[in-house]
Design a protein. Sequence first.
Length: 179
Amino acid sequence: MDTLYTSDVKRTAMQELTCRPQCVEKVLDCIRSLVHYIFSMTTAPKRRSPRPFALDLLSGVPIYRQIMDQVAGAIATGALAAGDQLPTVRQLAVDLAVNPNTVIRAYRELELQGALETQQGTGTFISDQKTSLNGVARQRRLTQLAGEFAARAGSEGITVEELIRQLQDFQKDAGKRKG
């Protein structure tokens, strides 16, 4: 029954169009626009959706630092690229159940480092400039990361010697892949 109804509708539409030539041009314009829209939607590059933020409240790392580290990690892995928009301060604060001032602090510090750009009324976006730390700041950051890493591993019962051995294995594996 659906087939009969559909064919009747098609037949009636064709009769209407042949009776009114001025309508044919309008219908063709609509079809062209629709085809162009569908084509542009299917061939447009897909935006990556950033991975959701996750907090570890037992790590001892301040929440704003965790947000900063996750954004920096997502940029480093390519999960976030230049021009990608981050969640609004309010939205991220609600999602993480934290004070909006915490998110503001993380975004502000990332902006000062050059990783983010905030456009008033539009949002916060990943910057297209590469961030580079000078020698002193880089060493300070490395010391901080190593300390956090060792503390976390220690709380899991892993010794510093085991960490060093594992890092050396990673270095050997990376050398094999390059060579």
